[in-house]
Design a protein around this ligand. Structure first.
Ligand code: ATP
Ligand code: MG
Length: 177
């Protein structure tokens, strides 16, 4: 089955907007070329992208920005990049992030809630789709998580990305509500 990338990102951004509004003001934006598609399981792909975006929101302090972008690769595959300007991850932790229950800083992690399963699910899903997860991060600057898919899994919209939708949630959560 072919899954439309645009509507998938739209849905994830909508959920993330609610999530970030409950926590703190964060700016979210996304872009995807119209017509881009990935061959695979929609529920699994949604869960992978949603996990990355939930992390980005969770590990980005107030005022930070998060972006999601889809692009076709020169070799013919495709890549979804979830980028945040959050707390970042020290180099030595990166290889272990996709282990089940692995969390970087347990004292801090305790008050951000979560079990340490998200990235193990993301890795599992992307591998089932013949792709890979690439993680790049700098402590204090932010992180980029890339889902890479091979050429046979991707079709449509080889051109440059166009803005999909901007989601702003900069207003402060209403304390009186
Ligand atoms: P869960 O996803 O099960 O709710 P979790 O978010 O702690 O819990 P993972 O998504 O697997 O678990 O992430 C593992 C750890 O990697 C996190 O606890 C956090 O320390 C670190 N991490 C993940 N994403 C980011 C990010 N965008 N910025 C900084 N640290 C991150
Ligand atoms: Mg997580």
């Amino acid at each position: 089955r072919w899954v439309e990338v645009g509507p998938l990102l739209d849905r994830v951004l909508g959920d993330a907007r609610t999530l970030s509004r409950d926590r703190h003001p964060i700016r979210l934006e996304g872009e995807a070329p119209r017509g881009a598609q990935i061959a695979g399981n929609e529920t699994e792909l949604h869960s992978a992208v949603a996990n990355l975006v939930t992390n980005a929101v969770r590990y980005t302090p107030e005022g930070g920005a998060i972006s999601i972008a889809w692009r076709r690769l020169p070799e013919g595959g495709g890549e979804l990049a979830v980028r945040d300007a959050g707390i970042g991850i020290a180099r030595e932790h990166i290889p272990r992030l996709t282990e089940r229950f692995y969390r970087v800083d347990l004292s801090r992690a305790r008050d951000t809630g979560g079990t340490g399963l998200g990235l193990s699910i993301v890795k599992h899903v992307i591998q089932r789709h013949g792709g890979e997860l690439e993680i790049e991060s700098q402590p204090g600057r932010g992180s980029t998580f890339r889902l890479r898919l091979p050429p046979q899994r991707v079709r449509g919209a080889a051109g440059p990305a166009t803005p999909l939708r901007l989601v702003h949630s900069e207003e402060r959560p209403n304390q009186d509500a």
